[in-house]
Design a binder for this molecule. Structure first.
Ligand SMILES: [Zn+2]
Length: 221
């Protein structure tokens, strides 16, 4: 393992987590780990299991550890849903939680591993290609908006001078969404570890009524 990963693992161990590196294994909970790195937090044992393909780039493993630094050591915790909420909403909230973390984690990852920039550029480019911008139906428009706003949480801070950022900006601008997206991204950075404040910025940026504080809360690790 490289020294950045070893150092961060030690910090997390000192904080009270048990870190398990599981190259070549797949999470039994999410099924992730065979194509890209992924990690599960086990609340009872405070164990963080990191799954990744053999030979996976270090930045991706480091990325998973940064998630735990932010959620655990720095106290951002994670968004949780009240019992009884529809499983689709649970999945949505988990994705929003991940997006909010990425606004902090990805710029840090790139600062340590500059080659991670290419990875995230390709990832956000693929997301763009997978979105049908010709579908102007209500649902189609919402999907486009989600793709652009979710990308915008990360891009201005992580890849400010990349063509991919210019492309997201162009598309936001064409739809009249750039101002709201900029406000959301600035608000989320300002909210920092106050995740419910970050949720309010997401909510007003996206104008989503279903992203609602009545069923979702911030849980400390
Ligand atoms: Zn991540």
């Amino acid at each position: 393992m490289d020294t950045n990963i070893t150092e961060l693992s030690e910090r997390l161990t000192q904080w009270g987590a048990t870190i398990e590196m599981l190259p070549g294994q797949v999470s039994p909970h999410t099924g992730n780990g065979s194509n890209w790195a992924s990690a599960d937090w086990h609340w009872e044992t405070r164990t963080y299991k990191v799954y990744f393909p053999v030979g996976y780039p270090f930045h991706g493993i480091y990325h998973e550890l940064l998630h735990l630094v932010w959620a655990g050591i720095e106290g951002a915790g994670c968004l949780e849903v009240m019992p009884g909420v529809d499983s689709r909403v649970v999945a949505n909230i988990a994705e929003f939680n991940n997006d909010l973390d990425h606004a902090i984690v990805i710029p840090r990852e790139i600062a340590i591993y500059p080659d991670a920039a290419g990875f995230w550029q390709a990832d956000l480019d693929r997301t763009l290609r997978e979105t049908n911008f010709d579908d102007r139906s209500h649902l189609g428009t919402l999907k486009c908006k989600m793709t652009l706003f979710r990308g915008w949480l990360v891009l201005p801070h992580a890849l400010p001078n990349y063509e991919i950022t210019a492309e997201y900006r162009r598309r936001l601008s064409v739809n009249g969404w750039l101002e709201a997206a900029d406000r959301m991204t600035a608000g989320v950075q300002q909210a920092g570890r106050d995740k419910m404040a970050a949720v309010r910025h997401l909510q007003s940026g996206l104008a989503l009524d279903y992203l609602n504080e009545s069923y979702c809360f911030q849980r400390t690790l």
